[in-house]
Design a protein around this ligand. Sequence first.
Ligand code: AGP
Length: 605
Amino acid sequence: MCGIIGIASDKSVSSNIINSLKRLEYRGYDSAGLATLNNNLIIEKKCSGRVEQLEKIIFESPVKGNIGIGHVRWATHGIPNTVNAHPHSSEIVSVVHNGIIENSDELKKKLEKEGVKFKSQTDTEVITFLITKALESSDPLDSVFLTLEKLKGSFALGILFKNHNNIIIGARRGSPLAVGYAKNENYLGSDSYALKSMTNKISYLDDGDVCVLNKDHIEFYNQKKTKINKKVLVLSDDARSISKGDYKNFMSKEIFEQPITIKNCMNEYIDKIRNQINLYDFPIQPDKIDKITLIACGTAYHSCLVAKYWFEEVTDLDVEVDIASEFRYRNIKFKKNNLYIFVSQSGETADTAAALELCKQNNAKTCSIVNVVESSIARLSDWVLPIHAGPEIGVASTKAFLGQLLVLYILILKISKIRGDVSEKEIIKKIDDLKKIPDALNQVLKIEDKIQVIAKDFVNAKGTMYLGRGLSYPIALEGALKLKELSYLHAEGYPAGEMKHGPLALIEDGLPVVVLAPNDKYFEKTISNMQEVIARGGKILLITDKHDEVISENLRFKLEIPFINYLLTPFIITVPLQLLAYHVASLKKCDIDKPRNLAKSVTVE
Ligand code: AGP
């Protein structure tokens, strides 16, 4: 992960570097640093912890310089401390890096034999010293190309050179990198979001590209060192959605934004007057598809699991779901009539991007469902379906998950219609039902105060389990993931029917267990599984849309949620689980938007 920034300007850059690093903190927040060039000297400031800490250091001891680089870190090699924080500098070169250098041990040993003394435990420092050595006999651009030849792994780099005090060199392989243009100022950054407060004119580097920027000009080279031109994109202004408003943190804002997120996304894809789905430019003939493979990581993977159930309910298609980090190394037999769908909020997740790359190499048909339309995954796929959720800043994905579910559901309806699996009349009914989701979400958000009370039961628990069947099984996985990443409490999601095959042994007196039992074909079965847990001392939180008193016996808590149609329950039943994770984490005083050890955009393997 990690975030990098570089600014070449005609004025002092340190405060803009700090501001950009704050915007990049979603990529890593265990340490931060910057380096500028002033009076032909590299000035480096770094610290463990947040950008706020770095800002204090710079406030107490200001850093001059009209050119500089900055970094927020998510540790891969070496613990998060000041020494391992980036930039990593020699006398003449300073480097910030996002990615992993896989052959760093080997390179380090060679350099040590040549007399280099390393200060940090990072893989990045080898880049610094490889460039430093290369500079003995070449200019900055050649020294970078010579170094890149030696590196295995993934990287986005920003490099400053003491004796060439007007340039920053950037390079990309695997990890994303963008440049931005402004008057008397040019930028380098891990993404457009980092640059957005300074410019809306952006270009993206492709794999293998290198750029050289000064305050007036940016040059691009491909991996053969041939000069190339880049398209300049003008970004839309969605700056307003990037503020927390009156909310305590981004996550609560994003949870409460979900009714509007769903409405906005629906407006993009549904013609409400004609009750038609607007999905144009389908580059693949859906009636020529025999099989769908959905690929993603984390929460996005859970949305794919939900989609598998939907596909099976409304089409005759064969559907598979894969975790991207597994898919990319499996011996896949690519078939002509298989469509590969990639789901990713950020569009930058390294494993998902690598799985997509593998599909492209095998000439497979690809489609991506992303929130960030300028992302690497979007740019690489044959067809892109944006989820239009607006920027999601909280590390725990909430509104993007519902957005992914919605786009997947709409895509499934469209495919099933073209294939003739579902009649026009049924599609119209299903679209009518979709329109009811925002109101139902508003209703479910009103039970927040009850959830706040329920959360107290979880704070000191040893652990917890989330159980569901059918469409509620992936939601149980998602509920458990939310709780663990936000509150650091052990949580397991399980198919309720699988408990008796082992996990029932975990149930002991007082263990809180969340049971998802919507009024679907599994209802009675799930309730029986719940009774088995109660009989062993489990303290149940039942979440259901069956509003009936009989099942309330022996429950610790019961939350009733609105019902639209059983296929749409995943949208509604997810929200109380997001709120539960949020309130348990708040009670435990955890950092809601930036849970420990995590980052929003996972750009390493
Ligand atoms: C979600 O709460 C997580 N932080 C994480 O699982 C995330 O969904 C995963 O890393 C995939 O990210 P992406 O959607 O940006 O590809």
